[in-house]
Design a protein around this ligand. Structure first.
Ligand code: SF4
Length: 505
């Protein structure tokens, strides 16, 4: 057998700049913005149509959130149960505290099988731990078999969407990269390849088939891990996952500890919520479930790596832990006005969009510039909360995280402004003086527009400053109510504005 070609190195997200810097660069890419707009609007409309078909959608959302909360509130117990069930089914369970431990376990298993390549099912957990890079460092090529992941890998690119990692690429770009790169890594694309989706899918299918048939080891993640039956579940649209999960002799599944569901019955709402929220379909074309090892049927050696990598830290936060309900459907990305314009790379992680803006700083901490900036990568419009099938209140988490960042001394200008505002608002006399100053400024400015304020350039560069009103509400009230402020007489009022005695309405 000929030596398989070596995997192409993709850049990681390590060292990415803070969100505003990366977003500015992304906004200048008009082709990408056009691709993103088309793709997000198409998925968004498909989702809205299939969700509208389900009258009990809100009840399903509540059931999905309740199942995840039950698992999270008793996670230690359910993890022990899933370990026992999987072991009883013939799987070997490993525990990994962090990315290094998980990667080492996968490398060791692959080496013990004497292979220099593995095939992969699309998996966020393995991207999070940068497994492909770890395997490559160990001399083992990792072949992505999901079409979009294959495209990203051929480009030597980073994923920019949870569900559609190549969402920033259009059909012409994909045809070009197939013609340019496929031959380097295996079966070449047909010379007369067009950008017709069916022709592109056929080229990918033929290219991948030889890898499926050759691979001895496959690596997957899992959408769900059922504690009472010891069953792992993967949903997908292309059938590549089914090939990886059934053909190779050894299967290694890297599963985040938050993927546990208590019982088989909890799967029912999830299998309705997930496809409608992610691809806008009533059900997933392929739902593969595997429970350990079965004689002469599927992989004869199954390893499951239960991955923490910061999740215990998130779990300890009573507000933040709701982010662990996430089933990675990507509905929040597709409705987000910020994501639609910047794309996923600006978030500096494999988890982009609204869920990335809360999950990354929680998993990684807020020490880096990029993680400090992510909670601010939102207009707080709330569309993500409305779309989320497991009711994660992302705006609430963003505000919480902004508080954390401010307390740690990040965003100094905003932190100082908030402290000053708190000082003014905590005393009626200070507020009155501030209001008087603002109304005086308003009278001086008149009808002119304020285009910039020294020291607030980052804010005023993009917006006009509202002109202060010529009269405050208090002043108006006093003027309209015969000089009375509430029940108190005019003299001694906090704002010090004399009432207009005798004025009547
Ligand atoms: S936060 Fe909600 S909407 Fe966003 S990916 Fe996760 S489950 Fe889907």
């Amino acid at each position: 057998m000929s030596t398989p070609p070596v995997q192409k190195t993709s850049p990681t997200f390590v060292g990415m700049p803070k969100f505003p810097t990366a977003a500015r660069e992304a906004l200048a890419n008009t082709q990408q913005r056009s691709n993103l707009r088309n793709a997000t609007h198409t998925i968004r409309e498909k989702r809205a149509a299939v969700v509208a078909e389900v009258p009990e959608w809100e009840a399903l959302r509540l059931a999905g959130a309740a199942a995840k909360d039950e698992a999270l509130h008793h996670l230690g117990d359910y993890l022990e149960q899933v370990e026992a069930s999987l072991t009883a089914n013939g799987a070997t369970v490993h525990w990994a505290r962090d990315a290094d431990e998980a990667n080492q376990i996968v490398v060791d298993i692959a080496r013990s099988k004497g292979v220099d390549e593995v095939v992969k099912v699309k998996s966020m957990a393995t991207q999070e731990i940068e497994l492909n890079e770890a395997l490559e460092a160990a001399g083992i090529s990792a072949w992505e078999t999901d079409l979009a992941e294959l495209i990203v890998q051929l480009f030597g690119d980073r994923p920019s969407h949870i569900l559609v990692p190549a969402i920033h690429r259009n059909r012409t770009e994909i045809r070009d990269v197939f013609l340019r790169e496929m031959a380097t890594f295996g079966r070449p694309a047909p010379e007369d390849l067009t950008d017709d989706p069916a022709r592109l899918a056929e080229a990918a299918r033929l290219h991948l088939r030889e890898k499926f048939l050759r691979a001895k080891v496959a690596v997957s993640g899992a959408n769900f891990a059922i504690a009472d039956t010891g069953t792992l579940v993967v949903v997908e649209s292309e059938g590549n996952g089914r090939m990886c999960l059934t053909l190779p002799e050894t299967l290694i599944s890297v599963v985040g500890i938050e993927k546990v569901l208590p019982t088989w019955d909890d799967l029912a709402p999830m299998l309705q919520l997930l496809p409608r929220s992610s691809t806008g379909e009533r059900m997933n074309p392929y739902t593969t479930m595997w429970s350990g090892v079965h004689d002469d049927d599927g992989p004869q050696e199954v390893h499951v790596i239960l991955l923490d990598n910061g999740r215990s830290h998130v779990l300890a936060d009573s507000v933040g832990r709701q982010a662990l309900r996430c089933i990675r459907c990507s509905a929040c990305l597709n409705v987000c006005p910020v994501y639609e314009r910047t794309g996923g790379h600006a978030y500096g992680s494999v988890y982009p969009g609204p869920i990335g803006a809360v999950l990354n700083p929680q998993l990684r901490g807020t020490a880096s510039e990029v993680d400090q900036s992510l909670p601010y990568a939102s207009s707080l419009c709330g569309a993500c909360f409305d779309a989320c099938p497991v009711r994660i209140n992302i705006p609430e988490l963003l505000v919480e995280l902004r508080g954390t960042v401010a307390q740690q001394g990040g965003h100094r200008a905003e932190s100082a402004a908030m402290k000053a505002a708190a000082w003014v608002l905590s005393d009626p006399r200070r507020l009155a003086v501030a209001q008087k100053g603002a109304t005086t400024a308003g009278r001086l400015i008149g009808k002119r527009t304020v285009r910039s304020v020294p020291g607030l350039g980052a804010w005023t560069d993009a917006r006009d400053v509202p002109t202060p009103p010529k009269e405050t509400f208090r002043q108006w009230w006093v003027r309209e109510h015969d000089g009375r402020e509430g029940e108190r007489p005019g003299p001694g009022r906090a704002d010090g504005i004399p009432g207009k005695e005798g004025e009547t309405r």
